[in-house]
Design a protein around this ligand. Structure first.
Ligand code: NAP
Length: 289
């Protein structure tokens, strides 16, 4: 299969290209310098040149807080972009795998959320992503919408790298302990996404590492894994106000994926350990040149 990754310079896109390089498929990737998902002519030109069987769309406006003040700009990427892609994929019979987010939920659940639960986003980012999902569902029946969460991978930016930096600079951390989710390593997610598009079964999927924790629990695990003696104080969301409200609970049950007979993704702590080992190797490399 020929698989085109759009948003290939982001943290998930880069991981997907790495996965595709070591697999049986022909992978290619493009990002904003080559294709603008908001622009139909740009998307058409790319798809006609590459002629993929599958598009995995990782391109998005992911600055969650900035999306509150710049809601229109974020909407153009997160809602209009998938609509443009869906129309272009439909007319060329290309399977469209569209990435989405746990932030489409309002956080009032208390048990893992499955794919049929009604979304109710609380942020401009979540509303835009949900509109992008709706456009894909309406316009391209051959779609897979994949909601994932709390990603870390490659060079980031992500929470893991931010915590490591702050822990080393400040010698202590204060992190919110009243938001629950499933941290997910792109190194586990990317091969699962490739598997999902190979299977080709249309629908909406939740796909995260197994297990749940809070941001404080994740920060604690990060300092433990790298052996930093840094206290990680638990604070509440009200102690750390952000422009965009986050769901208090957005743990995703990976029900549709498991129903395909696929194995659960490993526990998030396994993903964290693998990621930190990979980073240690990257950091130990001599500088280029
Ligand atoms: N990161 C998370 O924790 C998380 C959690 C749940 C779901 N997701 C979803 O997972 C997907 C991948 O996330 P990620 O963290 O890999 O994102 P990312 O690192 O922000 O990568 C997104 C890429 O898309 C590019 N892009 C932005 N606007 C574009 C446009 N109009 N046309 C083409 N490319 C454009 C970005 O370029 P610029 O950098 O130049 O803008 C960037 O290279 C997204 O759909 C996101 O909503 C992410």
């Amino acid at each position: 299969m020929r698989i085109e990754v759009i948003g290939s310079k982001g943290q998930l896109g880069r991981e997907l290209l790495r996965t595709l390089r070591s697999g049986a498929h022909q992978g290619s990737g493009h990002d904003i310098e080559d294709v603008d998902i908001r622009a139909p002519h740009s998307v058409s030109a790319l798809l006609d040149a590459v002629r993929p069987d599958v598009v995995i769309n990782c391109a998005a406006w992911t600055r969650v807080d900035a999306a509150e003040a710049e809601a229109e700009a974020a909407w153009r990427v997160n809602a209009d972009g998938p609509r443009v892609l869906a129309e272009a994929c439909r007319s060329r019979d290309i399977l469209l795998c569209q990435l989405s987010t746990d932030y489409v939920f309002d956080g009032t659940a208390s048990v893992p959320i499955d794919e049929t639960a009604p979304p109710a986003p609380r942020s401009a980012y979540g509303r835009g992503k949900l509109a992008g999902e709706a456009a894909v569902r309406a316009l391209q029946p051959r779609h897979q919408i994949v909601r994932t969460a709390w990603l870390f991978g490659q060079d980031g930016p992500n929470f893991v790298l931010t915590m490591l930096k702050l822990a080393r600079e400040r010698g202590r951390l204060r992190v919110v302990a009243d938001q629950w989710g499933s941290p997910t390593w792109t190194g586990h997610l990317a091969p699962a996404l490739v598997r999902l598009v190979e299977r080709g079964v249309p629908g909406t999927y939740h796909l995260t590492n197994s297990g749940t924790t809070t941001w404080q629990g994740l920060a604690q695990a990060i300092v433990e894994e790298v052996g930093l003696d840094v206290p990680v104080e638990a604070i509440s969301s009200s102690d750390y106000p952000t422009p965009a409200p986050r769901p208090a609970y957005s743990v995703l049950a990976n029900r549709a994926w498991l129903e395909l007979g696929e194995p659960p993704l490993p526990h998030w702590r396994v993903g964290l350990r693998a990621y930190l080992e990979e980073r240690a190797k990257v950091d130990a490399r001599p500088p280029a040149g």
